[in-house]
Design a protein around this ligand. Sequence first.
Ligand code: GDD
Ligand code: MG
Length: 364
Amino acid sequence: MAGCLAMEAVLLVGGQGTRLRPLTIHTPKPMLPVAGVPFTVHQITRARDAGVTRIILGTSYKAEVFREYIDANDLGIEVVIATEDVPLGTGGAIGHVASMLHSGPDDPVLIFNGDVLSGVDIAGLVNAHRSADADVTLYLTRVNDPRAFGLVPTDPHGRVTAFLEKPQSEAEIVTDQINAGCYVFRKSVIDSIPHGRPVSVERETFPGLLDGGAKVIGVVDPGYWLDLGTPLSFVRGSCDLVTGTAPSPAVPVTGHHLIDPTATVDASALLTGGTAVGAGVTIAAGVRLDEVVVFDHAVIGAGAHITNSIIGSGAVIGADCIIDGAVIGDRADIGRGNELRAGVRVFPGAQLGESWVRFSSDRS
Ligand code: GDD
Ligand code: MG
């Protein structure tokens, strides 16, 4: 489908990623390396390969980090950075870039949430939008528990009948179809978003369009979808990119692990499940890492067993530690023989002495 769209897109990368906070004080979440490149690069290159020729990154936070990367790396697509002085919300951020778009009033413009990993058929979504002559087309996915998302019921013709952001009561859970965080907007609809104040696209723009009789359609795409909002979903997404379960043009070679060429990994270490190891990391003998993200310059001591976790940049994990479902902050120093499980977060720079934390009485 490459080349058939020749259109513009807006990528919302403004939120501060507070739920990953122990790791993201200096790096905005969309710029955290995932499977070798900043997360946002996976989205940009997918849009590029679907024929998007110009993309605007809308951010209210750390614009300089985005600018530095974009200036230093040619992604094969024009990337423009739009900075909000204060966060304008999801709708305000879209309205804010209206004057920067070159598209005509009837042209389709793609919008992406910046924290979603998906295999959505971008060209198919635009085609559906064009053939329905819709004002807005929403990419929808089905989930088991829709409570943390925007619920989007549709009629038998695919017309959206309501938009229920983060339902508060059981009665509001009327469908398992959710807003998957990618839309096609008619450019003139973007022009109609109010300026100069925060606007939520989910709570204000979509309900307003529906009340006003606009043609809003939903397309359920059954492909890969994941919101990377929590640390463990971040790990899931990273592993899925490394193994190829999640599609990305920015991951040319997929496999059991992805190891930066500057990392030192002992030959007896076992790295599985899409484990990603960053630059300058040192991994000692007998280490086992299954579904783990290890950021740059971390050190993993001999015999440590780590599963389903994030190890922050420069963190030191002592020998024989057992770590499962944990987030270890940047530069934390975990002494030998600690056992850290079940969602525990160790904040940046924290120090744990030898065997200080165990889930069993042994102190071997
Ligand atoms: N530029 C800018 N400015 N971007 C923003 C702002 C802002 O003020 N606020 C949020 N964003 C960006 C976030 O960075 C993220 O990429 C996207 O907008 C969505 O915001 P989240 O804060 O991640 O929302 P959510 O995950 O709770 O819910 C949204 O995504 C779900 C799918 O993952 C909603 O769109 C739901 O309806 C949807 O189901
Ligand atoms: Mg989100």
